[in-house]
Design a protein around this ligand. Structure first.
Ligand code: ADP
Length: 893
């Protein structure tokens, strides 16, 4: 118990030291002594938060279980630092140029400042990090318990409190040094200094334990090597798939873990610090991994069966009575755990407050107002709350997961989760074609596959997913088995999950990006990210007002067109009392310009474009021009499309009308044919019947024979007439008829018509022959045909007891004349007056009637002669008016 008290005292002293260092660093920063604080060495040491308690304790456990596989966790970042430093350099450059505050910020800014992406990445980061924080709390608790000599089970009551105290302490420290001030660059001098110190402590502690194990316990390097050879680890076999998968995973996580992003990019003071880090950090990792195998081998050999290998770093010195060394080791583990939690909490709280809390708050409370003093306090407050919540969530996870699973497993699940950011991030940095939709869809896909094939199974079979799901898939869908997606069986579960989540993520990201169209803001951001070295290296070229105005004018011309843009600029210049085209870029003018531009490219783009030129941000004029050109092209293209589509609509309408006409014609044709066959059949039938009687009946009387023969004759005449009429009509309708224009008088034609129609014997005709001395130039026979038809109709249909027909000649419209044929019969009912001019139209089925073609022929003829025929209602009987045009009249009668 005495040692335990000493441990608590040492621990508190150490914490006090950390507070002191952080405090001094903040003070020094305030006095402007940043240079010393931010040396490349400090930067390199701060990267060591990669080595958490998982690495400090867990690596030995990992080695004890799976041999040299633990090395992959160090090889990944080493490869990045050595071979991929140019990726890091680009990340750092973009981070500085864009004032990126977190990985969520980086991804969302790249894709047009997308809020959805920011929220998505933040949520995923929190989900992926919470188990990791739990892991740190667990390791501190376990090591504390081990030190106290209590068994893990007996220590549960205590360890719960230990974890809680650690959580509270960490929260306080993080709030104190992580949210002292709102720094636009999000740099935390105190915190970085403290974790640099912790980096030294943990390396020193691990090396000390290693030296003790090799030289103090095993008798030197040679003996140690022999002992390793003899152990299980010596006969370890490498599994290629897992090896490659793990190296990839740790490399990806090194770039995408929120806390790594924080120290690598956000806290980076100077790009050149990467130079030292590129070799010094791999060296640090190598030293951290140097004694892992010896400690594992000795632990396995010397400690009793069943001892937790995750604690060998602590328990091996303890077992040798080396309390001081064990305390150092405890402090090393403590440092690893705390530095991770602190930086992770800062990184996550920045994301949560910037991308979730503040947008909601601003929308609800301020209606989108700009940041004011009040809001500043609010941001700090929300960060503090977010830190507390993040650590609390880790604690809750620790309490409820029971802390049973091996440390290494949780770490890998977390790594694979955040590795899903990689495609969207690298794509955003190196590929201009990457789009927001692509990034969103890729992330969702990757995260879904990760959850299904890695996160949920990690709780253990039967915990969240039942054994059935592993055997046969959910709802019996075999291809959805978490460890054999799409039916590919037999892979190591870890390799399987990485393979599917990363490849589907990348595939969806690329495919959707190719298939979607970026917004102007996305293009602008994309250009700045991908070509960051072009832009940010160049000194600002437009600092003077005139130079800015010139750039603005060039840009405006491309969007508005030269004439309009120049007019706008000249107006603004003369308003300012200047001559020429270049006004001072004062706010009034800029607002006006923005309004003008937004009509063409949308408000957001206009604002961004003007802001970029005037604000002198790191975008090149060339980029703006490219965007403006693209916009102009797009507008041109869309107006062409509009014209095309109008044309198409017109054509479609014409086609539709033609089609309707054709359909109507075809209906008419069918009706016509059926009418004709009907009309032909009636006379034919009687001709046939009577001719058969004549042929087959013997002894017919001659009177009968004559009667039948005359019927046959009459019917044949009727048939001929019908056919004549039809022919006539079709010739007239087809327009292939030539009018035989001749000179004549109306009187002659009427006389001729009356004679032809039967001379008025059956029907008295009243005429005013005086009026009929009118000279005509027309087809006399055709006009007579019309008159004959009308007179014959009156004869046929006038049903008065004393029928009579009046023919009246009157001056007509436009210098023409009207010839009215009015009888005293009952006429044609109102609703059929239009219809009688149609083919086969008959008012009633009178026996004497014809086929209903007469008036139709009359109408056709009158149309050819340039006049018309109409029914005259309200004349007390059947009344038709034939109108002849002025051109048909000649002066000489
Ligand atoms: P049709 O060959 O049957 O005479 P028309 O086209 O000349 O055919 O006339 C069409 C129909 O108009 C006739 O069937 C008849 O019913 C009606 N009609 C024509 N003229 C008169 C009239 N003067 N009085 C009453 N009905 C008439």
């Amino acid at each position: 118990m005495a040692t335990l008290n000493v441990l608590v005292a040492v621990c508190l002293a150490y914490v006090a030291l950390l507070f002191g260092v952080a405090f001094m660093a903040e003070r020094a920063a305030l006095r402007g002594r940043v240079k010393w604080l931010r040396s490349p060495v400090v930067y390199t040491l701060s990267l060591s938060i990669y080595c958490t308690a998982w690495t400090f304790y867990g690596a030995v456990g990992y080695a004890a279980r799976s041999g040299l596989e633990y090395l992959t966790i160090y090889i990944g970042p080493t490869l990045i630092m050595v071979g991929w430093w140019w990726v890091l350099r680009k990340m750092v450059r973009v981070g500085r140029a864009q004032r990126v505050t977190s990985i969520a910020d980086l991804i969302s800014s790249r894709y047009g400042k997308s809020t959805i992406l920011a929220i998505l990445v933040t949520t995923m980061a929190v989900a992926g990090t919470t188990p990791y924080i739990a892991l740190q709390l667990q390791s501190v608790t376990l090591s504390f318990a081990a030190f106290a000599g209590t068994t893990e089970i007996a220590g549960v009551g205590n360890s719960r409190w230990t974890a809680l105290w650690v959580a509270v302490g960490l929260t306080l420290f993080t709030i104190l040094f992580g949210t002292r001030n709102l720094d636009a660059n999000e740099r935390h001098h105190g915190v970085v200094m403290a974790i640099a110190l912790e980096a030294v402590v943990k390396l020193f502690a691990l090396l000390a334990v290693g030296v003790f194990v090799v030289w103090g316990m095993s008798g030197g390097v040679g003996a140690m090597l022999e002992q390793i050879d003899a152990s299980d680890i010596g006969s370890w076999q490498m599994q290629g798939g897992r090896w490659a998968g793990l190296i990839f995973l740790s490399a990806a996580a090194f770039l995408t873990l929120p806390r790594m992003f924080q120290v690598l990019v956000v806290e980076n003071e100077n790009e050149d610090h990467l130079r030292l880090a590129s070799w010094a950090f791999p060296t640090y990792l190598m030293l951290m991994s140097l004694f892992v195998v010896p400690i594992a081998v000795v632990g396995l050999a010397r400690l009793p069966q069943g001892a937790n290998p995750d604690l060998f770093v602590l328990t091996v010195p303890l077992s040798q009575g080396q309390t001081g060394l064990a305390m150092l080791s405890f402090l090393g583990g403590f440092s690893s755990a705390t530095s991770m939690v602190i930086v992770a909490a800062i990184a996550l709280s920045t994301m949560v407050s910037n991308h979730i809390v503040m947008p909601i708050w601003l929308r609800v409370a301020y209606g989108g107002a700009k940041m004011s003093g009040d809001v500043r306090n609010l941001v700090l407050f929300s960060r503090r709350v977010a830190i507390a919540v993040v650590v609390l969530m880790g604690y809750i996870y620790y309490r409820f997961s029971g802390g049973g699973a091996a440390l290494a497993a949780i770490g890998l699940v977390s790594f694979a989760g955040v590795a899903q950011f990689l495609p969207a991030m690298l794509g955003g940095l190196f590929w201009r074609g990457a789009t927001r939709t692509g990034a969103i869809m890729g992330l969702i896909t990757g995260f879904a596959v990760w959850t299904w094939s890695m996160l949920l199974p990690s709780f253990g079979t039967g915990e969240i997913l039942s054994p059935q799901v592993f055997e046969a898939g959910p709802w019996g869908l075999g291809w959805l088995r978490p460890h054999a997606l799409f039916g590919i069986d037999g892979l190591d579960p870890l390799v399987h999950a990485i393979l599917w989540s990363m490849s589907l993520n990348t595939l969806v990201f690329v495919a959707v990006s190719l298939g979607s169209f970026p917004s102007p803001l996305e293009r602008l951001q994309g250009a700045q990210f991908v070509d960051v070295f072009l832009h940010s290296a160049r000194p600002q070229s437009w600092s003077g007002g005139v130079a800015q105005s010139e750039d603005l004018l060039i840009m405006a011309q491309r969007i508005l067109g030269p004439i309009e843009a120049q007019a706008l600029f000249r107006r603004a210049a003369s308003k300012q009392g200047l001559v020429g085209y270049l006004p001072e870029p004062v706010p009034d003018f800029l607002n006006e310009l923005e309004r003008e531009l937004s009509g063409s490219v949308g408000a957001a783009t206009a604002h961004a474009m003007v802001g970029q030129i005037v604000g002198g941000a790191s975008v090149s004029v060339k980029d703006l021009m490219a965007v403006a050109d693209e916009t102009a092209q797009m507008m041109e293209y869309s107006s062409q499309l509009e014209i095309k589509s109008e044309e198409l609509t017109r054509t479609a309408r014409q086609l539709r009308e033609a089609n309707e006409k054709l359909t109507a014609l075809s209906v008419q044709k069918d009706a016509f044919l059926s009418q004709i066959s009907h009309e032909l059949r009636t006379p034919m039938t009687s001709i046939r019947a009577f001719s058969e009687i004549l042929r087959d009946t013997d002894g017919l009387r001659s009177a009968e024979k004559a009667k039948y023969a005359s019927i046959i004759h009459d019917e044949a005449v009727r048939l001929t007439r019908l056919l004549d009429d039809l022919l006539d009509l079709s010739v007239l309708e087809s327009g292939q008829v030539n009018m035989n224009m001749r000179r004549g008088t109306l009187k002659d034609i009427l006389d001729h018509a009356m004679a032809a129609a039967g001379g008025g014997k059956a029907l008295p005709v009243q005429r005013n022959r005086e009026n009929e001395h009118i000279g005509l130039w027309t087809d006399l026979d055709r006009l007579a045909q019309v008159f004959i038809n009308l007179i014959a109709n009156a004869q046929k249909y006038c049903d008065a007891s004393q029928p009579e027909l009046r023919i009246l000649v009157k001056p007509g419209q436009a210098g023409g004349i009207d010839v009215d044929f009015v009888d005293n019969g009952s006429g044609i009912p109102h609703d059929r007056q239009e219809m009688v001019f149609e083919k086969f139209a008959r008012v009633s089925d009178q026996g004497a009637g014809g086929a209903g073609l007469g008036l139709a022929i009359c109408r056709e003829i009158m149309v050819r002669l340039g006049g018309r025929i109409t029914y005259l209602p309200g004349q007390g009987g059947g009344a038709f008016r034939v109108s002849l045009p002025g051109e048909a009249l000649t002066t000489s009668a």
